[in-house]
Design a protein around this ligand. Structure first.
Ligand SMILES: [Zn+2]
Length: 194
């Protein structure tokens, strides 16, 4: 998820509020410093993202569908939902949590989305990723590695199974990163939001 990389190096919660149409109507104070840290200072200044659909910040359609379904469920149940996920940096495994909190009065359909860093652990070997998700559809990219937006597991289409980033065999460098297309792996598709 594009939005996730904005959390880089912060233990603060990054939060935003979406309206019933899932457009961003508010962002936390920490948003702008985080956007700058994440290298997205120009495109993601708070005043430029207000009013925009949250979908615009999530490149993978499949990932968006999973988030949209959770937002619907949160409004329907009128109770908070949360999901652990990974937002690895090239050097660290980063264990995150996403919370969806319906705001009162519930009839407005407003939902607050928070992202927080729970803990991080260094990788034995750095893992440089290049996100090719936006190129998908323009050209066929069946040879690319798939990466799960939620658990960051990877699937080499030649091998046909999912592996955690810690054990994934790869040959990449900062100059030649691993090119991936984001999706949602079967276990994360099945996992319920708690
Ligand atoms: Zn997954």
């Amino acid at each position: 998820m594009t939005i996730k990389r904005l959390d880089a190096d912060s233990e603060q919660y990054l939060s935003l509020v979406v309206d019933a149409q899932n457009c961003i109507i508010n962002v936390s104070n920490s948003w702008e410093p985080l956007a700058v840290q994440g290298g997205a200072g120009d495109s993601l200044q708070a005043n430029k993202i207000l009013g925009l659909p949250l979908k615009d910040f999530i490149q993978s359609d499949i990932t968006w569908m999973a988030v949209e379904t959770a937002l619907k469920l949160c409004r329907l149940k009128r109770q908070p939902l949360s999901k652990p996920y990974r937002c690895d940096s090239p050097t660290h495994q980063r264990f995150m949590q996403m919370d969806l909190i319906p705001l009162q009065p519930f009839s407005t359909g407003l939902v607050k989305m928070q992202h927080g860093l729970l803990k991080e652990e260094p990788f034995k070997k750095p893992l440089y990723i290049q996100d090719m998700t936006a190129s998908q559809g323009k050209t066929s990219l069946p040879h690319l590695i798939l990466r799960c937006s939620f658990c960051n597991s990877l699937k080499n289409p030649k091998l046909g199974f999912w592996q955690t980033p810690e054990i994934f065999e790869h040959n990449q460098t900062i100059e030649q990163p691993l090119q991936v297309v984001h999706t949602v792996c079967p276990s994360c598709k099945e996992a319920r939001w708690g």
